[in-house]
Design a protein around this ligand. Structure first.
Ligand code: ATP
Length: 364
């Protein structure tokens, strides 16, 4: 089973909520649609489920076009939140509920409830009602209810958004395990990057109805395709520093940054495709910047503006009146607000984004 979207577009009047999306979710693959509020994630999910008609383009399930099929004929399981349990029904009856509509025999219902209970480790609590369950157990029952019909694929909209931080952390891991066992294509909508990074096999980053990058969690973090993805993924946010290319020799390029500073660093070899004078944005993660007591050729001087202890690490904001950089160091490194210091951009740690906001990146 696969989910394929081809040129999928949804317009509400003059607003294009989903704009020519092409995407494929493989059998057993978990894909997270990640992006800021209003970028079209839910609308995309609703078109796959059949709850929203596509203005243009196609939805294919298992290679078959389903645009004209009603939601129930698509055999997809869509759950908005893992939460709406019937308070007066036992766990077993909550699990069985979706099967009653299918006119299934009692023995088959019992078989499926037992199977799902085993998968989700609910065997011991089948007789309890939701009020007698811990939050994590409720969550698992709700997951069980969406998988018990054995649908073709799973669609989840912000599944963990109502949980507190600790439970979210626990459930991310658990849900990932459950979904792996189910071997169905699954799309999870979230605006929480940690949720996406931990649960997804691949992440599709969306902005303004378009997909900016579809890639593994590692690659959207380590090889962002453009400025938007670079700035959206990662906490604290990647430093994005406007610069002018002075010249390049192979992979070693010299850039001028505001405040009459220059630095010569090793970047992607595609830098050779830009002419001197090109305006670029340099991107470096706060954890990749190195401190130096002495002036360095592969970095710049700056001043410590604000120091924020974060437990094991310290986040420092550097600002010399021309640029703003965030730097994360081990908590033991002494940092004093107002001090001047030098920062290095180590070889290979800096991303270069051209004027069109695309990353300069040679194929690996
Ligand atoms: P969120 O994370 O806030 O739910 P989202 O990425 O899921 O956001 P959508 O809910 O898909 O975004 O909405 C995309 C755009 O389409 C938004 O601008 C929204 O206001 C608009 N929109 C969604 N549904 C409708 C509708 N039924 N009628 C008109 N506009 C709509």
């Amino acid at each position: 089973m696969t989910i394929e979207l081809r040129n999928l577009t949804k317009r509400f009047g003059s607003l294009t909520a989903v704009d020519a999306v092409d995407m494929e979710v493989g059998d057993g693959e978990v894909l997270c649609l990640l992006g800021p509020s209003g970028c079209g994630k839910t609308t995309t999910l609703r078109m796959i489920a059949g709850l929203e008609f596509a203005t243009e383009g196609e939805v294919l399930l298992g290679g078959k076009r389903v645009n004209d099929l009603a939601p129930r004929d698509r055999n997809v399981a869509m759950s908005f939140q893992f939460y709406a349990l019937y308070p007066s029904l036992s766990v077993a009856d909550n699990l069985a509920y979706p099967l009653h509509a299918e006119k299934m025999s009692k023995s088959e219902i019992e078989r499926r409830v037992a199977q799902v209970a085993k998968t989700l480790q609910l065997d011991g609590i089948l007789h309890r009602t939701p009020s007698q369950l811990a939050e994590g157990e409720k969550q698992r029952v709700a997951v069980g209810r969406s998988i018990i019909r054995d649908p073709n694929c799973f669609l989840f909209d912000e599944p963990l958004s109502r949980l507190d931080v600790q439970l979210r952390e626990e459930m991310r891991g658990e849900i990932k395990e459950v979904l792996q066992d189910l071997s169905r294509p699954t799309v999870i909508v979230t605006h929480d990057q940690l949720e996406a990074l931990t649960m997804a096999d691949r992440i599709a980053v969306m902005r303004d109805g378009r997909i900016e990058q579809v890639d593994t969690p590692h690659n959207v973090f380590a090889r962002p395709a453009n400025l938007f993805v670079a700035g959206f993924i990662g906490t604290p946010q990647m430093n994005l520093l406007p610069a002018t290319l002075k010249g390049a020799q192979g992979q070693v390029a010299t850039f001028a940054v505001a405040g009459d500073q220059e630095m010569t660093i090793e970047v992607d070899r595609k830098i050779a495709t830009l002419a001197p004078g090109a305006q670029v944005t340099l991107g470096i993660r706060p954890r990749n910047i190195e401190l130096s007591a002495e002036p360095v050729a592969d970095g710049i001087a700056s001043k410590i503006d604000i120091v924020e202890p974060m437990g094991a690490e310290t986040l420092a904001h550097l600002n010399d009146g021309h640029h703003d950089l965030r730097l994360v160091t081990d908590w033991r490194v002494p940092l004093t607000e107002g001090d001047r210091l030098h920062v290095r951009f180590p070889p290979g740690a800096t991303h270069v984004f051209a004027e069109d906001e695309q990353a300069l990146r040679s194929a690996s």
